[in-house]
Design a binder for this molecule. Structure first.
Ligand code: ADP
Length: 162
């Protein structure tokens, strides 16, 4: 049985994340979406909100579990018995950071393998941070987020749904 983790802030979960989750879950027996409880990062949603939004988004995917974690991602992988860490890559700017992190993670956990998925074309410019900016300015988020996430985002900024 191969368990993989897909870790990140998911502030909030987007259709770009969900695309990676769907594709990765078809390859592994179990995919654990690890939501990082990062106290120092400037996040819009609380850890409980991020977990709830992600759980709702993957509710029809039986192989996918959502859990929160803090501390090192490689330690979290060990705790849940994951052999693989999944990441998503958008443009080349993602690559440098991911490469650096991959080298460090390999040093910390040599047995944990990294599997990177290239973004699907329609999601290549999609990031949670950009979406938050657009939502704050009242832009339409259709096709970028699941409906319940778009609702939660417009509620946070008290902007009108489109
Ligand atoms: P972000 O704030 O950049 O959306 P997260 O920390 O939530 O980031 O991202 C978790 C993982 O998902 C990272 O590997 C990130 O590169 C990847 N990811 C985020 N958005 C996309 C997307 N649109 N397509 C592919 N991978 C993505």
């Amino acid at each position: 049985m191969i368990t993989a983790i897909y870790a990140g802030s998911f502030d909030p979960i987007t259709n770009g994340h969900l695309d990676i989750i769907k594709r990765a879950s078809s390859l592994f027996d179990e995919l654990i979406v690890g939501i990082y409880d990062r106290p120092r990062k400037n996040l819009l949603f609380t850890i409980d909100e991020r977990v709830k939004l992600a759980k709702e988004a993957v509710k029809d995917m039986p192989k996918v579990k959502v859990v929160s974690y803090s501390g090192l991602t490689v330690e979290f992988a060990k705790e849940v018995g994951a052999k693989v860490m999944v990441r998503g890559l958008r443009m080349s700017s993602d690559f440098e950071g991911e490469f650096e992190m991959a080298m460090m993670n390999k040093k910390l956990a040599p047995d944990l393998e990294l599997v990177c998925f290239m973004t699907s074309l329609q999601y290549q410019f999609l990031s949670s941070s950009l979406l938050k900016e657009v939502a704050q300015l009242g832009g339409c988020l259709e096709e970028m987020l699941p409906g319940h996430v778009a609702k939660a985002l417009t509620a946070k900024y008290a902007s009108k749904p489109c």
